[in-house]
Write a protein that binds this ligand. Sequence first.
Ligand code: R1P
Ligand code: URA
Length: 291
Amino acid sequence: MQPIAASELIINERGAVYHLDLRPEELATTVITVGDPGRVPQVSKYFDTIEVKRQHREFVSHTGTLGKKRLTVISSGIGTDNIDIVLNEIDALVNIDFETRIIKENLTTLNILRVGTSGSLQRDIPVDSLVAATHGLGLDNLLHYYRLEHNEEEKQLLQSFCTQTQIQAQMSQPYISSASPSLLKHFVKDFFHGITVTCPGFYGPQGRVLRLGVKNPQLINNLTQFIFGQHRITNFEMETSGIYGLGRLLGHHCLSLNTIVANRVSKEFTKDGKASVENLVKKTLEILSNC
Ligand code: R1P
Ligand code: URA
């Protein structure tokens, strides 16, 4: 096997991967991703010990322990373009030998959990409630650059999604991947389950109209009303499809958890976003430390 060239896997003078500025031993095998760099200390303040603190650009990482579990919390910033960086670099940290630049023979599977904020697409999922994504359905284009293959059920779900929402006619081809069942099964009590749609923007791509009109004024209605067997769309945000899609291709276990800060049907917004996130952080760490 040929070593991966310096231009493809960039390792800095500290022996750390370029964007995250983390060395292989500085990453735990359970990784919590958050969008907001300010949320990293909001998570790590619950750790019993913190052994590593790094920051480069919007990527802030803290690694430590909670009970017997070693955890890393990393901020991804916003969007699936940043998820491309975070997922590829954390995978490289465990699955590529940084000395030889060769892919390891024995691969490591990471547990990757997103702890984020999101907009609800259902009236019965109010602000400050918690959602675990059974699937990440991408309206962004990240996974079109990789070789994601859909199974028969996913193909039918996507076909039905395109017909019911008329989205494909105007935007890029949607794609979908599911949560890791081994992680999802621990997040049942207190969590709504459903499809999380990932959008390539916060305003027009999520049907928000400020000064610009949108091409598809029916977007919210169409997403809210979409139904495929027992599956419905619960919420949307900007990272889950990338995490689920790349996680699946790289062989990691992924789960996206979100607290609802806006309900786009009832038009409510949370009265205390920080408390809403704090609730999700505490619940996630409590469950993680027991599983
Ligand atoms: C938009 O405000 C951001 O908030 C949501 C979206 O996915 C997007 O990243 O998640 P985070 O709170 O995790 O950043
Ligand atoms: N994050 C989003 O992407 N959308 C929302 O409505 C709220 C949080």
